[in-house]
Design a binder for this molecule. Structure first.
Ligand code: PAF
Length: 288
C-alpha cells in the first residue's frame, strides 16, 4: 500500500527515515487525473531516486476567474491505484487549507517576472504566479533532491528552473519528454474536453509545430512571418490560436541570428479545450 500524507508535517515525518538513511528523494508535482505523461515522470523518478513522492493538488491559485478549476478532472482513487502499481513511496494529498491557510489570495506569493508574463503568461496573467507559488511551497514541504516536470509545459519548466535558481533552492530540476497519443497529440488532462470532431483535428497542432521546425532547419529565418503563417493555418483548420512562436530555448526570448537552440511553441483552443505543445529545433553551426 502506498502511504498517503495530507499535511506538510506528515510529509516531513514520513521522509525523516529516508533522509536519515541518506536516500535521494524525488518529487513529481501533479494536479492528478494521471495520464501517460505523468506516469513517464514517475517512472523516470523511480530511476533517479530510490524514494518517490507524488503530490496531487488541483491548485486554485493557478486558475483565473472563469477558468476550469471547478470542472478540472479529479480522479484521486484511480490515481492512487496507478501510483501503487508504479511503487511510489508517498502520495501527498493536501487539502486547500493546508497549502493556503490564509486563502490563496492572502498567501505569500512567488512571481517570476518577464518569463512568467510572455506567451501563456500574456494570455493567462496570473497563471505562472499560481504555479510558481505552489511549486515553491511543495518543494519546501518535501525538500526533495530532485523534482521532475514534463516538457509539454515548456514555459512552466523554465519558470520553475528560474525560481529554483533565484531562490537558491537546493533541488535539481529534471525534465521528461512529452508523451504523445499514437496520432501525435500531446497527452493532457484537458484533452478530455475535446468533442470527437475536434479530437480528430487536434494532432494538426503538433504537425504544424514539426513542420515549422523543419522549415527553420531548412533555412527559414523570418520567424515572425512563420508564426503568422501557422496562426492563419490553424485558424483555417478550426483552431483559435493564442500564439505560435519561435523562441530561444533557454529563456524564451526572441532568437538572435546566432542562436542555435530554439523552440517552437503554440497554444490554441479547440472548443473548450486549450491545447499547448512545443517542438525543439537545434540548428547546425552558423556561418563563421
Ligand atoms: O503541470 C501541472 O500539473 C501543474 O502546473 C503543477 C506543476 C503540478 C503545479 O500545480
Amino acid at each position: 500500500m502506498v502511504e498517503i500524507a495530507r499535511s506538510c508535517a506528515e510529509v516531513r515525518a514520513f521522509l525523516a527515515v529516508p533522509r536519515r538513511a541518506g536516500e535521494r528523494i524525488a518529487l513529481v508535482p501533479t494536479m492528478g487525473d494521471l495520464h501517460g505523461g505523468h506516469l513517464a515522470l514517475v517512472r523516470r523518478s523511480r530511476e533517479v531516486a530510490p524514494f518517490t513522492v507524488v503530490s496531487i493538488f488541483v491548485n486554485p491559485f493557478q486558475f483565473a476567474e472563469g477558468e476550469d478549476f471547478d470542472s478540472y478532472p479529479r480522479s484521486t482513487e484511480t490515481d492512487i491505484e496507478r501510483l501503487e502499481v508504479l511503487d511510489v513511496d508517498l502520495v501527498f494529498l493536501p487539502p486547500i487549507s493546508e497549502i493556503y491557510p490564509a486563502g490563496p489570495e492572502n498567501s505569500t506569493r512567488v512571481e517570476v517576472p518577464g518569463l512568467g508574463s510572455i506567451l501563456c503568461g500574456a494570455m493567462r496573467p496570473t497563471f505562472f504566479r499560481g504555479v510558481a507559488t505552489v511549486v515553491t511551497m511543495l518543494l519546501n514541504a518535501v525538500q526533495p533532491h530532485v523534482a521532475l516536470f514534463g516538457e509539454k509545459d515548456y514555459q512552466q519548466l523554465l519558470v520553475v528552473r528560474r525560481l529554483v535558481d533565484h531562490l537558491k533552492l537546493p533541488v535539481a530540476v529534471e525534465s521528461v519528454p512529452t508523451v504523445r497519443e499514437a496520432d501525435g497529440l500531446a497527452m493532457s488532462s484537458r484533452n478530455r474536453y475535446l468533442a470527437p470532431a475536434d479530437r480528430r483535428r487536434a494532432p494538426i497542432l503538433y504537425r504544424s509545430l514539426r513542420e515549422a521546425s523543419e522549415r527553420i532547419r531548412s533555412g527559414e529565418r523570418d520567424y515572425h512571418a512563420l508564426g503568422l503563417h501557422y496562426m492563419k493555418a490553424l485558424e483555417r483548420a478550426g483552431f483559435r490560436p493564442d500564439y505560435f512562436s519561435v523562441r530561444r530555448a533557454g529563456d524564451l526570448e526572441s532568437p538572435a541570428p546566432e542562436d542555435r537552440e530554439l523552440v517552437v511553441l503554440a497554444a490554441a483552443w479547440l472548443g473548450p479545450a486549450r491545447l499547448i505543445d512545443n517542438v525543439s529545433c537545434t540548428l547546425g553551426p552558423g556561418p563563421a
